[in-house]
Design a binder for this molecule. Structure first.
Ligand code: F6R
Length: 243
């Protein structure tokens, strides 16, 4: 695990976007693993800016998102499909059929999750996965006490995640209680991972992930065992690191 401290969130976004742009250039049919949340937004803006400047072509890229809320339609403003369309896909030249987000409306959750995992494998696996981290150390929706071997599955969200995500909904009661998520096992299969974190609220999670024991209580700590994981943080998120 390599940790790099960036000047601010803009610099972090530029550094992460540069990894995706370089990969698209080197491997035009690469597979990107994508995340939602506040953290990757500057990265997606930079990726879109690179396309608009003519510096990159995403037409052969395939994407898989980490997770989706159960029960939200793709056009629901808080669905992760909608997030991806508005923050990235509609600003770049990726064909819609190459973009994959679990369906919040799937009628057979187990089949949806199994088919998703199989699609990732059939695409050759994820070349570069972007991750955020929850204040409690979650990655995707793999909450503390996560099963390190799990592949794509349904999870019940913890109170801490519901609290953290309520800012996007009219009220806490509107936050879905369950979600589909790639498992830790799915994430660890990615060839390269870039995890981003900014702000003081993430400092404890970053310390536990980087310097703590590898434990399901901090799901992100498993990344210490990933052979190619880059962590990009701002100074506030890095403030509790001792080394
Ligand atoms: C989103 C996701 C989550 C977020 C995490 C951090 O697809 O998988 O694990 O990465 O909750 O969220 P933000 O970036 O909003 O702080």
């Amino acid at each position: 695990m390599v940790v790099r401290i960036c000047k601010d969130t803009q610099a972090m976004g530029k550094a992460a976007a540069a990894l995706f742009v370089a990969l698209a250039t080197e491997k035009p049919n690469a597979v990107f693993g994508l995340a939602t949340g506040s953290t990757p937004v500057p990265t997606y803006s930079e990726m879109a800016a690179a396309y608009q400047a003519g510096a990159v072509d995403y037409s052969g890229i395939t994407t898989f998102n980490l997770d989706e809320y159960v029960g939200l339609a793709p056009d629901h403003p808080q669905s992760y499909r909608y997030f991806m369309e508005t923050n990235l896909f509609k600003h770049i030249n990726i064909p819609t059929e190459n973009t994959h987000v679990l369906s919040g409306l799937a009628t057979d959750p187990e089949a949806e999750c199994a088919a998703y995992e199989a699609m990732i494998d059939a695409a050759g696996g994820i070349d570069l996965q972007i991750l955020g981290i929850g204040n409690n150390g979650h990655i995707a929706f793999n909450e503390p006490a996560a099963d390190f071997a799990a592949v794509t599955h349904t999870v019940q969200l913890t109170e801490s995640t519901i609290e953290a995500n309520k800012r996007f909904f009219d009220s806490v009661d509107d936050v879905p209680r369950s979600a589909y998520t790639m498992g830790i096992g799915s994430i660890m299969k990615a060839k390269k991972i870039v995890l981003l974190a900014n702000g003081a609220a993430k400092a404890d999670a970053i310390k536990a992930m980087v310097e703590g024991p590898v434990t399901p209580e901090c799901p992100a700590s498993i990344l210490q065992f990933h052979p190619d994981c880059v962590v990009l943080v701002d100074e506030a998120a890095a403030s509790k690191l001792s080394k």
